[in-house]
Design a protein around this ligand. Sequence first.
Ligand SMILES: Cc1cc2nc3c(=O)[nH]c(=O)nc-3n(C[C@H](O)[C@H](O)[C@H](O)COP(=O)(O)OP(=O)(O)OC[C@H]3O[C@@H](n4cnc5c(N)ncnc54)[C@H](O)[C@@H]3O)c2cc1C
Length: 518
Amino acid sequence: MLAKNYDVAIIGAGIGGLGVGAILAAKEHMKVLVVEKESFLGGRAVSFSGRGNKVVSFDKEFNPQEFKKALASTYTWIAKSEPELEAIFNKGLLDGYTFEGACHLSFWGNQGRISCLMNFLNKPIYMETNQGFAVVNPNDHTTFYQIQPGSPYPWMSKEGTKETKELLREMATMSFEAIEKLGGSLGQWLKEKNAGPEAYDFIKLLATSQMVLADPDLIPVVDYMKLPAIGKDIGMNLISGSAGAMGEPGFTDIAIKLAGLIKENGGAVLKDTPVDQVNIEGGRAKGILIRYKSAPELIEAPIVICNIPIRHIFKVLLEQHFPGDFVKEIKERYWGAGMVAALMGLKRNIFEDKKINSRSFIFVPSVIRDKRFRADVDFVIWSSSNFAHRTPAGQHTLEFVVPLVDKETHEKYKVDMVINEAWEFLRKNFPTIDEDTIFSIWTVSDEGYGNWRPVGSQRPDVKCPWVEGLYFVGDAYGRKLWGAGIDAATLSAVLCVDSITGKTYEKHIFPAYHRSSV
Ligand SMILES: Cc1cc2nc3c(=O)[nH]c(=O)nc-3n(C[C@H](O)[C@H](O)[C@H](O)COP(=O)(O)OP(=O)(O)OC[C@H]3O[C@@H](n4cnc5c(N)ncnc54)[C@H](O)[C@@H]3O)c2cc1C
């Protein structure tokens, strides 16, 4: 029997919603309800494991149609697959694979914010990180260079290498206080520094691939610059390796463990249960209206936390409770990070052909230089199965991420151009790639790395200033939040707890370099 009263009602079982729920249930002993509209947990950080001719996420089996529906809930759709998705499933080609429906890698692996939170909650997770990166010469797209500490960048002129390294050093040694004074976009910063074309292109390549935001002019400088700046404190960088993948069951493990903790502490986590509306009376949140087993139910709670990605909040919040400017800004000026991504199953490790570290990222700059795109299109390629257990014995994954802007993901000819260029790149560099490939699935997302505010504006705070008892949590919420993806959703969860309780969990959970803005 579902209780009708809770201390806290949370809308959405993403990392943000489950993170805040787990801390409040386990540490504050609050009676927590998490309500999730989908049949799986983890939101955009969902992952799947192939089992015969199905895929599973935790306790739920998906056929091809259900899998597509699950992807759609993460703002992701399939642009192309070989063979067709139904055949991939029917032939059991995904059997033994673990893969992310949406989310691919997490910043800083076991030293990232999500690991700090899971350790604090005594529910550790484990990630394996990449090792270094290689760059493909932008002038021929066939010469691969493994980047070594202190060595020149062989595709650049001497002056270009010197200038690039100086800028990278400046970025890596900046204090948080200095970064916060910058304001504006990364593109503006590079212009102010008079970055030459070689330095600009390389820093753009690194930043846009790490942020999955296609153009430095769109990247809020604070969100990016702190990443290289914490490298020295965290003891990791791109050359040593800085992004983690999880073996089976993949990133869903985080959601499973957080939901488990909520239940162990007397809370409830409901799947397949959409929230239709937040009940607000006299400027105060009173609870939520849900559809439980298809019937409407009113749940009372003095604290309501909304984990819905920001561009979609007005599906459950009546606009009349918020100032017109706020509604307008979110509806008209917020935008999504676009991406084309690929998951390929391979019969062999093709990285060995190019004599580069199999755990490396491969950055391929400026594959498409076409004025119709917002910026030069770069590819990032890696094989997560080379650093985490994610395939059947003897098989390998190959992953691609290509940052675009959200509108471009809806222009089919651009998506087709990206996929065609990717195959051309593979065929040129790995002549047996067609025989080596077991399957390929190309996906497109128009909110791939979250929703972004216009450069220069502030994120909405976790505590709603207009409705008492209403809070927000997730990768776009928190006046003092910085960063992106899982890392941002985790910090937002802790900021939300601190705002509700008036305590300072942030200081207990994170080392200084992971904390919110000074
Ligand atoms: C294609 C793709 C690739 C990505 N790659 C990376 C990556 O490599 N690294 C990284 O760190 N991040 C990546 N991200 C981003 C990362 O997944 C998100 O930033 C993070 O998971 C967001 O968590 P969240 O809690 O903010 O929101 P979400 O995960 O979106 O959770 C919100 C939840 O609310 C639920 N919900 C919505 N409406 C309702 C309703 N009315 N009733 C009930 N429930 C509702 C949703 O179903 C969802 O479960 C990627 C995302 C995508 C889509």
